[in-house]
Design a binder for this molecule. Structure first.
Ligand SMILES: *Cc1c(COP(=O)(O)O)cnc(C)c1O
Length: 521
């Protein structure tokens, strides 16, 4: 089945040999059931097809007029079993939450209850079209409306835009609404303030919306430096973007003070709500003075995410920003019938900045998120936050004796535990530790983020892990950390047991090879 190695990759076994793992080099490159998998182009042949179609009969002409193709397009053909095996093998090289603990900080990689999947697959939700007559999809619109009500209630905010398709897309939606509000008041302003611990999407969003970005420093305790922020405020500041709980895993205890100061100079407060999992059911961002906040349904509300999608990032708005929310939105009329509002409307209450997407948003994500909310109930969601925070603190306190825990003295963390590198021996770094965890069977935690902590390691267990699985992770993490402290050089070659070994991460980002070429050409 495996074609000769045409593209220069090294079979895992050969690579493992180089790294000092002993064992026979197999002819296929396979290691028992860990199978090597070439590209489709390397397995298939242009002359092969997977199906036998009867030849086109004499005298029949293709119906494409003069447009039928005269040259082969060079796509390879495979048999059905070859195709199925190819994708199944690739899927086995993937790591996912269904395979093991996925402690990727800031990403809230939690278990996705199968009940969500079951409901999302109901034909009444899965098979409808966004242009279907509205009277025929009242149930689906009801899901959107009900989910919107939950989001407004949980955040204490009066309006929500459901259409943004990810957290970063939601940020853009929020900042565009802020820009529209300032513009309506006569001046869009110039600057958005972003703390130095912010997720990279925050400054990117502000710049994309045409703003200059100014950094606000953090205090040694890992929170926004309120005095520095106040000193920077002025009539040029359109908004601040603050993540709460922040990416150091801490609650911004001065949030209300910050919001009041920003409002005083006529600015708006954007909250990055990616970490809502830590406070859902316990804190309503509306009470803290937030004007706009995205919610990653695919984080807090369990719908699957990763690899770029699918995601959903609804944005809640304050009274002041609600008129500027994007189209389209779902509205209930006096008779209880639901409608999708598509038209621009330019009265006081409707000054929309435009739209983020063509249609209403990610129906599959909406159904999953609402299922998750209804199955937990309001009390259950509160417990989600409490358990997520408990689990993170358990990890923090279990590892602070051997890792640098920069903010451990600031009190309990929220839903993620932040560590920094320590005096690892032999020039070993956070990266080596992360790679060592792969050999232990774990997806590594987030590394080198946030930037304010040297060699940062951000660990987020979420509430869905049992004590047993967290204990096992702590044991593995301790063991790899002890090896790093002892300067165990073998960590520099880790991972040994993954389908691929150390990749050149700089070249992968700077010089990606995105097309396949035949070896000859
Ligand atoms: C995940 C995340 C984002 C971006 O969300 P996407 O859905 O990935 O676009 C923004 N900010 C923080 C803090 C995040 O963790």
């Amino acid at each position: 089945m495996n074609a000769p190695n045409k593209s220069g990759w090294k079979p895992a076994m050969e690579a493992a040999e180089e790294g000092g793992v002993r064992g026979p080099v197999t002819t296929t490159g396979n290691r028992a059931l860990m199978l090597e998998e070439p590209l489709l182009f390397e397995i298939g042949h242009a002359e092969t097809t997977g199906v036998d179609l009867p030849p086109i009969g004499e005298g029949t002409s293709p119906r494409l007029g003069g447009f039928e193709r005269s040259d082969p397009i060079g796509l390879v053909g495979l048999t059905e079993p070859e195709t199925v095996r190819h994708y199944t093998r690739l899927s086995r090289q993937n790591y996912g939450i269904d395979l093991g603990f996925f402690p990727l900080g800031s990403c809230t990689m939690k278990h996705n209850p199968r009940l969500n999947e079951k409901l999302a697959r109901l034909p009444g939700f899965a098979d409808i079209h966004p242009l279907a007559p509205q009277s025929s999809v009242q149930g689906a619109l009801e899901v959107i409306d009900e989910l919107a009500t939950w989001l407004k209630t949980l955040t204490g905010m009066p309006a929500v835009a459901m259409s943004p398709k990810a957290g970063a897309h939601g940020e853009l939606c929020g900042i565009l609404a802020i820009r529209a509000a300032h513009t309506a008041a006569g001046n869009p302003r110039e600057v958005v303030l972003v703390p130095e611990s912010a997720h990279g999407t925050n400054p990117a969003t502000a710049a994309f919306a045409g703003y200059k970005v100014d950094n606000i420093p953090a205090t040694p305790e890992g929170r926004v430096d309120v005095e520095a922020l106040k000193a920077r405020l002025g009539p040029d500041v359109a908004a601040v973007m603050i993540t709460n709980p922040n990416t150091c895993g801490l609650f911004e205890t001065d949030f209300r003070t910050i919001a009041d100061a920003v409002h005083e100079v006529g600015g708006y407060v954007y909250c990055d709500g990616a970490n809502f999992n830590a406070i859902v059911g316990r804190v309503r961002p509306g009470d803290l003075g937030v004007d706009a906040m995205h919610i990653n349904l695919h984080k807090t509300f369990s719908t699957p995410h990763g690899g770029g999608g699918p995601g959903s990032g609804p944005v809640v708005f304050s009274e002041a920003l609600a008129p500027f929310a994007p189209l389209p939105y779902v509205e209930k009329d006096a008779t209880g019938e639901l409608h999708i509002v598509e038209e621009e409307n330019t009265d006081e209450e409707h000054q929309t900045f435009g739209r983020m997407t063509v249609f209403h948003g990610q129906m599959g994500m909406f159904t999953r998120a609402l299922t998750y909310m209804l199955s937990h109930g309001a009390d259950g969601l509160k417990q989600v936050a409490e358990d997520a925070v408990l689990n993170a603190n358990y990890i923090l306190r279990s590892l602070e004796d051997i890792l640098h825990a920069p903010f451990a003295d600031s009190g309990p963390c929220m839903h993620e535990a932040l560590f920094g590198d320590k005096d690892f021996g032999g020039g070993l770094s956070t990266l080596d530790l992360a790679k060592g965890l792969i050999d232990e069977g774990y997806h590594p935690m987030t590394v080198y983020f946030p930037l304010v902590v040297h060699g940062a390691m951000l660990v987020e267990p979420t509430e869905t892990e049992s004590k047993a699985s967290i204990d096992q992770f702590i044991t593995a993490f301790r063991s790899v950390t002890e090896r790093a402290l002892a300067g165990d050089e073998s960590l520099k070659q880790a991972p040994y047991y993954a389908p691929r070994r150390r990749l050149d991460e700089t070249a992968a980002a700077r010089k990606p090879r995105l097309t396949w070429e035949t070896p000859e050409g």
